[in-house]
Design a protein around this ligand. Sequence first.
Ligand code: UD1
Length: 435
Amino acid sequence: MEHYVVKGGNALVGEVEIAGAKNAALAILAASIMSDETVTIENVPDVSDIRVLVQAIESIGARVGHPDRHVYTINGAEIKDLPVDNALIRKIRGSYYMIGALLGKYKHAQVALPGGCAIGLRPIDQHIKGFKALGADVRVLKGGLLGAGAENLHGAHIYMDMVSVGATINIMMAAVMARGTTVIENAAKEPHVVDLANFLNSMGARIKGAGTDVIRVSGVERLHAAEYAIIPDQIEAGTYMFAAAATKGDVTITNVIPKHLESISAKLKEIGCEIEESDDALRVVATGRLKQTNVKTLPYPGFPTDMQPQIAVLLGLSKGTSIVTESIFESRFKYVDELMKMGAHITVEGNTAIIDGVEGYTGASINAPDLRAGAALVIASLAADGISEIHDIHFVERGYEDFPEKLRSLGGEIIKVSSEEEEEKAIRRFQLRAV
Ligand code: UD1
């Protein structure tokens, strides 16, 4: 099985360019079927979650072009009334955006219930509540499909019981071509919610207030052609920021929107990193041992849950005791056992991790439990003394484009191998370099 072999100890130094935002791309690609004209989407990251969603879009009859690694053209004029379902689509979270997109356009959708990282129960009651408020009948069908259908979709006033990125996005899509005005209260404010609203507006939708907690959608008859470039990936950028800090490096991260990274920059400054900001880049410099801090994950603009494992890895090396509280998902500390194999001192109590910083990690054989935790464990192994093997890297590849290549360009020693032979070769290469 494919895995990474990593030799830790090198400070990451240099410049790395961030890809388009995976979570924005999933929503935008799903929404692009809502027009009967051709939509061009640029800056799409080349990661496995995206490839799976594009396959699903194609499987129901959309015409998909892929003229460049990061560009897709999508034409949804000839979509057939088929369920969106296959073994792969059941594994990704973004599949559920097809419900909002199909329901919004055709007033009818059948989509396999979503998968995604096993980080908690991840119910979709808020999505269903929103669809129902718009006039849809929603039910679970045979074979684990979610069916939603409406004679007429109409505007509604929807108060979300909790801040949900997915539900906000799904309801926005379902409401775009509904009759009348929809108001979503307590909406999520994440950058990709705003990106989707901007994209839909570029196709002729009338959405106001995205980025605040009240979003107003005035229904339109149809959506037209558009060309749109996806925003940079906030979480990929943050991951490199923490990798720079954990390896005591000096990394300039380009193609970012620094405003989206404020909660991450603030924590890094608090624990002793230097951050230089320009219009579309950030430089992170870490010298010496960093200090402890406490952090609690929150909806945007709070500290993102998708950065929780990465900051925990960094705090595991920082001086003093840090407390990390996970307030979004209930099982997001599965990586802690793996990190302990590398020498971390962490106690988990409920949704809190108490981290006693150690001087260093040591290389170990570890498993990536999910996407972001997998990336965090790669950071740990880059900072560790010795060689690590990271298994289950298919999780990491769901969301990080060219992860080993980008890390190598910064001086990290990481090789993806697919056999024991290749692994031995990689280790020999590391040993030769060390002589
Ligand atoms: C999205 C992101 C994920 C990120 C998360 C929070 C995608 C594909 N995934 O996931 O990377 O970690 O936002 O920023 O964009 N909830 C309910 N009922 C619902 C919906 C959500 O109880 O109907 C709960 C969830 O269990 C969770 C919280 O609300 O505790 C937030 O979830 P949500 O924002 O919906 O996350 P996702 O959209 O699944």
